[in-house]
Design a protein around this ligand. Structure first.
Ligand SMILES: [Zn+2]
Length: 333
């Protein structure tokens, strides 16, 4: 197995006003992602959360929400003919085209009948049904357009995560091209496969099985804290089976069963906002891989967690080591 975990501790020295101007060393750990080489820094104090927050005024007002049950059928678009239905429906979830698409094939899945759910009040079935609808849309597009070889199922939750709409929803993109990050993952996965004649992701699942970054398994999905996190509390769900998933298979349930305790671990850490991306590719070297990260706490005066490091340098800077938050997340499974 060729997975290497490379880390280096850097020390910043100064005379600290917090210690009567004694000479102190502050440690920052710089790590490299074993697949892509992307760098991350673990810098304590780089992510601050308020002691408490009050968001009731924003999340409690459902007036004019497009995704609430009494308006979703009136004000959301209906699918083009090839999909074979006006909107998708499963449990509480409803899917429809994205009125502000990101590409040729772009949809939205409203997950809940409730206008708002705090992150520790989702049930696995909410995600299971929603992801199933997203995967059905992916399958319909792929039947219709053979060039659509890449897809992702994504989620912004609350304003710090980029969502203008409080109502929980997924966004699917099916495309003839991968996004930048998907392309990076795919190219690196193919390269690893060529070099080692095995799947990086299968090797990673094996390598981390008994390790301190292994959070839990839900069915075929192994939940891990990545060695070099891309963002705060970054966890990754890695499916065992490679290539595109069957919408009627077990993956939606396996992901739903893991997302709920992950979000409970975020809530336990005082967090309330997150992003998700599930990457899908028609490629034997990559299984479905889901990234989930915590974002700044949504509060009246929340501050951005995307400073120059994130937006311009594309370098993750996190304040808690993956081994630490993996242990905290494990307790929620
Ligand atoms: Zn709503």
């Amino acid at each position: 197995m060729a997975i290497e975990f490379t880390r280096e501790v850097q020390r910043a020295s100064f005379y600290s006003p917090l210690e009567d101007f004694e000479h102190v060393d502050a440690e920052v750990e710089v790590r490299e992602d074993p697949l892509t080489g992307r760098q991350s820094r673990i810098a304590p104090g780089s992510f601050l959360a308020p002691d408490s927050y009050d968001i009731e005024e924003v999340v409690g007002d459902s007036e004019g929400c497009f995704f609430c049950p009494d308006s979703v059928e009136e004000v959301t678009p209906t699918y083009d003919d090839f999909v074979g239905e006006d909107r998708g429906s499963e449990g509480e979830a409803t899917s429809f085209p994205n009125l502000n698409p990101y590409g040729a094939y772009s949809n939205v899945v409203a997950l809940t009948e409730d206008h708002f759910r705090p992150i520790d009040e989702f049930e696995p079935a909410i995600f299971e049904d929603g992801i199933r609808l997203a995967l059905r849309y992916v399958a319909a597009v792929r039947d219709h357009d053979e060039r659509a070889r890449f897809a992702s199922v994504n989620m912004n939750f609350l304003r710090p995560a980029g969502s203008s709409i409080v109502h929980p929803h997924l966004q699917t993109l099916v495309d003839d091209r991968a996004t930048n990050h998907q392309r990076t993952l795919l190219e690196a996965s193919r390269e690893y496969h060529d070099e080692h004649d095995s799947s990086y992701w299968a090797d990673l699942r094996g390598r981390e099985e008994d390790g301190e970054r292994h959070v839990a398994d839900t069915g075929d999905v192994r939940w891990l804290a990545p060695f070099a996190p891309k963002h705060h509390r970054h966890l990754v769900g890695v499916a065992g089976e490679h290539g595109f998933p069957d919408p009627e298979g077990d993956l939606p349930a396996d992901l739903g069963a893991g997302l709920v305790p992950v979000l409970q671990s975020y809530a336990a850490a005082g967090l309330n906002s997150f992003n998700v991306a599930l990457y899908l590719a028609d490629d034997p070297t990559m299984p479905p891989v889901l990234d989930i990260v915590a974002r700044s706490v949504f509060d009246e005066y929340y501050w951005s967690d995307s400073p120059f490091f994130t937006v311009l340098h594309d370098e993750g800077v996190v304040d808690v080591a993956p081994e630490t938050y993996a242990a905290e997340a494990r307790e929620q499974f």
